[in-house]
Design a protein around this ligand. Structure first.
Ligand code: ATP
Length: 358
């Protein structure tokens, strides 16, 4: 397996950038998820890596080999990159074992070598017992594992997965997530996994690249994206909670920074002396009848074992988890414990203006 490196990669469709200066390095054996809303460029980045698209600017390399760049383009069949799509595209008239062996047959690999590699791929994907079945006799999750085994058998240098679980029901998706994680642990494959499901991205990946409008907004481990988002888009897109504008009420100290939000002084933690926003996660909002911060319940939904409440206060919404159901319209007191404070540069002009007004 090898490192994948993107340097200033851009791709235009009809003059519009689908990818806009992507620079990122995916370590050898790393599992990276590309996460973002529809149309942000995830699939384009994957197709470009596979060699189905050419970049208009920038370079792409795998290990020490340049795959695409000025004056250079390695075609897909010479890249040795495996791809697993949403649709499994299995041959219906072939057994599982034959389907998996197919890429080796077309390359003229000898029968004993084929058998060894197919057995290994079936073992890694937990399919050994199903080797003689036809695809029609398999569940959706099992078919997806056949597609994964077929990709692996060619011993690719990296594996690309394009929403591989999108066609599966929720229970099966959970089980398949575990299967992918176990597969990654066993093979140490370099994996690039496209999804618009943040739960999947946070659960599976070593690092997640959050994309918007053809750009990577933040590329970090799941906990860091959740606890320390870099801008309003990432804070709002990844994880539950709310993003609230603040005014600075104190200086940055090792114990935090005091900010003013929703008419309250709140001690936040952060790295910036001049934060513009706080990101408040549900576990940072605590019910407290004595608190001067009063909020009205606008939504209450059961999530199994707890309720998710949305509270309105001073024009902002807060999300809180509660063991008890609440009435819509009910007024509750809450305190906010150490939310994350950050500075969103993209919103600075508006904020600079507001601070002058204040
Ligand atoms: P989704 O989650 O909906 O699959 P995505 O993040 O994978 O979205 P892409 O498919 O990469 O997004 O598309 C990025 C942008 O490029 C979109 O605006 C899309 O309309 C445009 N685009 C993608 N492929 C083409 C193409 N072949 N011709 C023209 N425009 C394209």
């Amino acid at each position: 397996m090898a490192r994948l490196i993107f340097e200033g990669v851009s791709k235009l469709f009809d003059g519009h950038p689908a990818l806009d200066g992507i620079s990122a390095e995916i370590g050898s054996g790393e599992f990276v998820a590309l996460l973002g809303p529809s149309g942000c460029g995830k699939t384009t980045l994957l197709r470009l890596t596979a060699g189905f698209e050419k970049p208009d600017r920038g370079t792409l390399s795998l290990g020490d080999r340049a795959l695409a760049g000025p004056g250079r383009f390695v075609p897909p069949e010479e890249r040795n990159i495996g791809i697993v799509f949403q649709s499994y595209a299995l041959w219906p008239h072939m057994t599982v074992a034959r389907n998996v062996a197919y890429p080796l047959e077309t390359r003229g690999v000898s029968a004993p070598e084929r058998r060894r590699r197919v057995d290994e791929a079936l073992r890694l994907t937990g399919l050994s017992a199903l080797a003689e079945r036809a695809p029609a006799q398999l569940s959706g999750g099992q078919r997806q594992r056949v597609a994964l085994a077929r990709c692996l058998v060619a011993e690719p240098r990296a594996v690309l997965l394009d929403e591989p679980l999108a066609n599966l029901d929720l229970a099966l998706r959970g089980a398949m997530q575990e299967a992918f994680a176990a597969f990654h642990r066993r093979t140490g494959a370099t994996m690039l996994y496209v999804t618009h499901d943040q739960t999947e991205a946070l659960a599976l990946a070593d690092r997640v690249a959050v994309m918007q409008d053809g750009k990577i907004r933040q590329f970090a481990p799941p906990e860091q994206l959740y606890d320390r988002p870099q801008d309003c888009f990432v804070a709002g897109f990844v994880g539950d909670g709310s993003v609230v504008p603040v005014r600075i009420a104190g200086s940055l100290t090792p114990s935090g920074i005091a900010v003013e939000a929703m008419g309250q002084r709140i001690v936040a933690h952060g790295l910036d002396r001049n934060p513009t926003h706080i990101c408040i996660r549900p576990e940072q909002v605590v019910l407290n009848g004595d608190s001067p911060l009063r909020a009205r319940v606008s939504a209450c939904s059961y999530q199994g074992g707890r309720f998710r409440l949305v509270l309105e206060t001073a024009g902002e919404s807060l999300v809180i988890h509660s063991p008890q159901r609440a009435r819509i319209g009910e007024e509750l007191g809450v305190t906010i414990h150490r939310p994350w404070a950050f500075r969103d540069e993209s919103l600075m002009p508006r904020f600079a203006h507001e601070l002058v007004d204040a």
